[in-house]
Design a protein around this ligand. Structure first.
Ligand code: URA
Length: 264
């Protein structure tokens, strides 16, 4: 059948798919994903003689993704091993839609560890956290208190990661079960970096690290998360949409600075 699309529309559709990350052709034949597959006949049922009692078939044990995440994370003795453990973790479906695993950036000897939410499009492309517009704002915020992720001096550097290492489709909020299976990895990540301070950027990070949301009320108040002193802050993406909130973010940055100087 001849296509009714004019070349400009076809090009725009193609660009839109690329924008969504559909950049690889994986098969020549179309797949109908709405087709309900035939239920395969169980071999045991086929073999049973008429009237014979059905043999007991042991159901395969249900995998518990959180328990498996705990075991995988606990086995990692270094950051490189933790990254490998995440890469090998099969239970989070987000990995299948992502281009890259986004692990961390910055100096692992830093006194401050920033935990964001999840990679966006730019981070997914580059495999580094906070490199898009929100990341650029984060860099400017850090610069304002004399800190940077690439500072060689551990005193002035920060270490940055996210709750989720894979980009959710269309940047949707991660589901509670996706957050739950990542928390053991984040906990191990914090244990291995052993920062003096953790900064929880945004609601998803607070959900993972504190078990609750409500960043407007949580921000600016010291609490404990992952066994460390922690300060919830507005996410830079929120600040881009709500520039009036930069005043509070500035106050929170000064809090971090004062804590590091021992004057808070
Ligand atoms: N937002 C986040 O929370 N993390 C990133 O890496 C980028 C945007």
């Amino acid at each position: 059948m001849e296509s009714a699309l004019d070349p400009h529309t076809a090009k725009a559709l193609l660009e839109w798919q690329i924008e969504l990350g559909a950049t690889e052709a994986i098969g020549d034949a179309p797949v109908n994903r709405y087709e309900v597959p035939d239920k395969a006949e169980k071999p045991a049922a086929r073999a049973a003689a008429p009237g014979a009692p059905a043999p007991a078939v042991a159901a395969p044990p249900e995998a518990d993704p959180v328990a498996e995440a705990r075991a995988a994370a606990a086995g990692a003795q270094t950051l490189a091993a933790l990254r490998d453990a995440l890469a090998a973790f099969e239970h989070c479906d987000l990995r299948r839609g992502a281009r890259n695993l986004v692990f961390a950036d910055g100096n692992a000897a830093a006194r401050v560890m920033i935990i964001g939410e999840a990679p966006g499009r730019d981070e997914d492309r580059e495999g580094r956290p906070f490199v898009g517009r929100a990341g650029q704002l984060l860099d400017r915020m850090l610069d304002a208190i004399g800190m940077a992720r690439d500072a060689a001096d551990a005193e002035k550097s920060v270490y940055i990661t996210n709750v989720l290492p894979w980009r959710p489709p269309q940047n949707r909020d991660p589901k509670p079960e996706e957050i739950a299976m990542m928390v053991p990895f984040v906990q191990r990540h914090v244990d291995l970096v052993a920062p003096e301070i953790v900064v929880l950027m945004g609601n998803i990070s607070c959900q993972a690290g504190l078990g609750r949301r409500g960043i407007t009320r949580l921000r600016g108040k010291w609490t404990e998360s992952y066994g460390r002193p922690a300060l919830p802050m507005f996410h830079p993406a929120f600040l881009l949409r709500n520039p009036h909130a930069k005043r509070e973010a500035w106050a929170d940055l000064l809090e971090v600075q004062a804590r590091l100087r021992g004057t808070a």
